[in-house]
Design a protein around this ligand. Structure first.
Ligand code: SAH
Length: 195
């Protein structure tokens, strides 16, 4: 992907649009913020970095797990062909849908469900972005990654996780790289921490 274009879009995207009225004044700080239902919008610099590492291309079909506010979704939709985004909390999904429609995106498909095992009917995906902490490597999601695919996923206990970049080469072989420690809210579901 064109990193310069990502950086300028990231700088132009108004994060206050993705949080409730009480948090709009704090939206320009580089820190997570509450979005209700015990969930958070991530630190923006981390969203930027994860998008850069996922590196969606113009023709990529992207799966995102954890729509949340829709902020990360906007960055993905701007640079990919289609984004399939799954959120387990209905009102968050609905609010994100309204925001992203207001911004004019027509290439985002929303689903309210446990996304810990992916979106089988729409698989495989060229890119998979997971924005909730998986307890173990989410094999169901990895199965839905295309040849030449890339996946970014935080794996580890609720306190701190390793951010993994999992790639699948043209022959289908997987490899992974540890990108450092992060802290995300728990993924709830089959490959998460609790049901
Ligand atoms: N990318 C979001 C971050 C949201 S926090 C943003 O920029 O705002 C992580 C989100 O993952 C929460 O909204 C949480 O409800 C959701 N989540 C947790 N487990 C999930 C699961 N199994 N399937 C789908 N969404 C899940």
């Amino acid at each position: 992907m064109n990193e310069q274009a990502l950086l300028s879009f990231y700088r132009s995207l108004d994060r206050s649009f993705f949080v409730g009225d009480n948090y709009k004044v704090l939206a320009h700080y580089d820190s997570p913020l509450p979005i209700g239902y015990e969930q958070t919008i991530s630190q923006p610099s981390l969203v930027y970095e994860m998008t850069r590492l996922l590196s969606p291309e113009k023709d990529s079909r992207v799966l995102e797990i954890g729509t949340g506010s829709g902020y990360q979704t906007a960055l993905l939709a701007e640079f990919a062909a289609e984004v399939y985004t799954v959120e387990r909390i209905e009102p968050l999904s609905e609010k994100a849908r309204q925001r992203l429609a207001a911004l004019g995106y027509g290439n985002i498909f929303f689903r309210t469900a446990d996304g810990s095992s992916g979106w089988e009917e729409k698989a495989p995906f060229d890119r998979i972005m997971v924005t909730a902490a998986a307890g173990t490597r989410p094999v169901g999601l990895i199965d839905q990654l295309s040849a030449n695919g890339r996946m970014v996923v935080p794996v580890g206990p609720p306190s701190v996780q390793d951010l993994l970049l999992i790639t699948r080469d043209a022959q289908g072989n997987l490899s992974e790289k540890n990108l450092g420690q992060v802290r995300f809210v728990e993924m709830v579901g089959d490959y998460g921490w609790r049901f």
